[in-house]
Design a protein around this ligand. Sequence first.
Ligand code: GN1
Ligand code: MG
Length: 381
Amino acid sequence: MTKTASPRISEGPLAARIAKIGDQFAIEGEFLYGEELCSGHINTTYRACYRTDENHEERYILQRINEKVFKCPKDVMRNVEKVTRHIMWKVIRRRKDAAGQTLSLYPARGGRTYITLEDGGVWRCYNNIEGTHTYDVVENTRQAYQIGHAFGSFQNLISDMNPADIVETIPNFHNTPKRYEALEAAFAGDPAGRAASCESEMALVRSWVPELRNLIALQEEGLLPTRITHNDTKINNVMLDADTDQSVCVIDLDTVMPGLALYDFGDMVRTATCTAEEDEEDLSLVEMQMPFFESLAEGYLDAAGDFLTKAEIDLLPFSGKLITIEIGMRFLTDYLLGDSYFKVSRPDHNLVRARNQFHLAQSIERQLPKMEAFVSRLRVR
Ligand code: GN1
Ligand code: MG
């Protein structure tokens, strides 16, 4: 399980800082304590607990947008506002329980949905989704189904929004050929003096070069539609009911941007079909497991099958391989550049992650025929 919380912080400078940030949002009651949630690689996240006048405890999520990664946090917030409001509108029109479907932003002092602190940090406040949990790795096929279904429903709910209304906050985020160019440049420049330790990884990546343009080429030719997509569909970005493991809500909407539905599915294959974490060093544990893939694809197509095109469905298995290679290349690039993007807890952390992802991509590659046969059986059902 993830979103691991730090011990409760109720006094000292950090508690004062969390309380001060919370103070700027429309939160009722008296600040009790904060906790740091530590699972993302990018943003800083606190959960703050307040006691209301009726003596209830209410928890909220206070999150700083990493402005090194998101160059224009205000565009990120505009995208998140549009998507959450659209989902809210749809859910209300369909008379379903709105709170359970998406995150809500709390108003901030000054009329926006975010605040800017003196140090330049941009913060927003979300509801804490109570009674839920997340997983870093998949444990059973039911969870895999729920992950596929949650992101499929999310895409479905926003499938009628216009991609032109959403800003591309990180240009070329899933442009795999560009990610490869960046890797080659980092390897050639070798600013951290680490290139010698990645020769074999580079050879492996180069063997994949002919396939890296596969999806983007089809998009350019108009054969794959540009949609609004989540773009960070890791298993731990779905909150599941703590008792039933039923999916409740998709979180981490910062990378919602125009993209390909296949990028989302590919990232689900990467994180919901392998029982090892993305920084597992024992590569014998890193395998794509067919039963999880089958449930994931079933869950996804049950929710998204109606609006996807045949070309999209046919490429679902390949997208898993491509996105796994892509994230592996990003980890390796960051390793070569001296770990400036992803948070690391040891000097070779990004190299370990890259090796893990390349191993997983090879496992997917070996099983592609089986995966493709399964998806075509699903399609004719
Ligand atoms: C980052 O911060 P987190 O864990 O949600 C990254 C994703 C990667 C992921 C790899 C904005 O996501 O693209 O797939 O790490 N997010 C950004 O675990 O770069
Ligand atoms: Mg993220």
